[in-house]
Design a protein around this ligand. Structure first.
Ligand code: ES4
Ligand code: ZN
Length: 327
């Protein structure tokens, strides 16, 4: 069976990766030592043993704790370079990388430190690894819209360093409507717009992300199947869904990979992509997501592999010239 080799080797884009979720336990301990930050776990094995999640919130608690070791520009650079090396190994030609500035500014780390480290890594990855990428600033939806506006204000001097904004963190009880005004402002500024919706939250959050926020892509979106008219619309408008199979299983959105709806979404004609979300926490980088999904879902064949890879390149915010080179 040559399908695994095809999945590994085909050129692809990754459109849903939280850079703080690429922080491996070994690097967490290395940075904790370098920065003299205390951790609640004695060693790498104890930390990894805590990666048993029951839902999104149980993951986010440990994800924000892991990010506490990031203090200096070099830390953000080292974290992102480790991701870019893994992405290159998985034949990722283009990545659109989420970052959560509020997780850092809330701890007294200046926005400038975060963006300088990530930008330097982005440029180094292009130059030394041939991996192109863009940065997407995510607002934390468990915080207020005023706090999102304050973050946007801090980011504006760095406007040319990120291509768009997203919305992440605790979905339930934090609907897209809460961020309508800040997304409207970002839209006026010409920023590209994406939002997490329909991961743990209902299909109605996907509708609001489209109609209220004007999101161009939906991150996750797997709960769209609960609303057949919405599925029709997503297909007709070719709204990309950035699906993260291993994430969905680790956070108990689906009990097992065999029960994941990836094949169903493809069958309904949706522009689905496969992504890693938080690879250090969920059991693998993007190729592992392709491999495990295809291994568990017998309906998926080589044709679906090509479709998923082509979708990822097409749904990216890369230039038409770059897309023409890749597709
Ligand atoms: C996230 Cl899986 C997921 N969902 C929402 N927000 C996030 N931030 C990092 N990973
Ligand atoms: Zn995510």
């Amino acid at each position: 069976d040559r399908l695994p080799e095809l999945l590994r080797a085909m050129p692809k884009a990754e459109l849903h990766i939280h850079i703080e979720g690429s922080l491996e336990p070994e690097l967490i301990f290395q940075l904790a030592q370098r920065n003299q930050v205390g951790l609640a776990y004695p060693d790498v094995d104890a930390l990894r043993a805590a990666y048993a999640f029951t839902d999104l919130q149980s993951f986010l608690d440990i994800y924000y704790a892991g990010a506490s070791v990031l203090l200096k520009e070099e830390d953000f650079f080292d974290m992102a370079m480790a991701y870019y090396r893994r992405a290159q190994a998985d034949h990722v030609v283009h990545a659109e990388v989420f970052f959560d500035p509020q997780t850092h500014t809330a701890r007294g780390v200046p926005f400038e430190t975060v963006i300088r480290g990530l930008t330097r890594a982005k440029e180094t990855a292009q130059r030394e690894l041939g991996v192109s990428s863009e940065l997407i600033l995510c607002f934390l939806r468990h915080l207020s819209e005023d706090e999102a506006f304050a973050t946007l204000e801090q980011a504006l001097p760095w406007r040319d360093h990120f291509i768009g904004v997203g919305l992440d963190s605790s979905e339930r009880g934090n609907p897209p409507e809460k961020f309508a005004r800040v997304f409207a402002k970002c839209r006026e500024l010409g920023l590209r717009l994406v939002a997490h919706a329909g991961e743990e939250g209902p299909a109605s959050y996907i509708r609001s992300a489209l109609d209220v926020l004007h999101a161009e892509r939906i991150d996750h979106g797997v709960r769209c199947v609960e609303d057949p008219a919405l599925v029709e619309r997503l297909a007709a408008e070719r709204v990309p869904l950035t699906v993260c199979p291993l994430s969905n299983v680790k956070l108990c959105v689906f009990p097992t990979m065999a029960q994941h709806n990836l094949a169903t979404l493809l069958e309904r004609g949706l522009c689905v992509t496969v992504n890693s979300d938080d690879p250090a926490y969920f059991g693998g980088y993007v190729n592992q997501n392709y491999l495990e999904a295809f291994a568990a879902l017998p309906q998926l064949h080589a044709g679906h592999a090509y479709t998923l890879a082509r979708n990822s390149l097409e749904a990216s915010f890369a230039s038409d010239a770059d897309k023409a080179r890749w597709i």
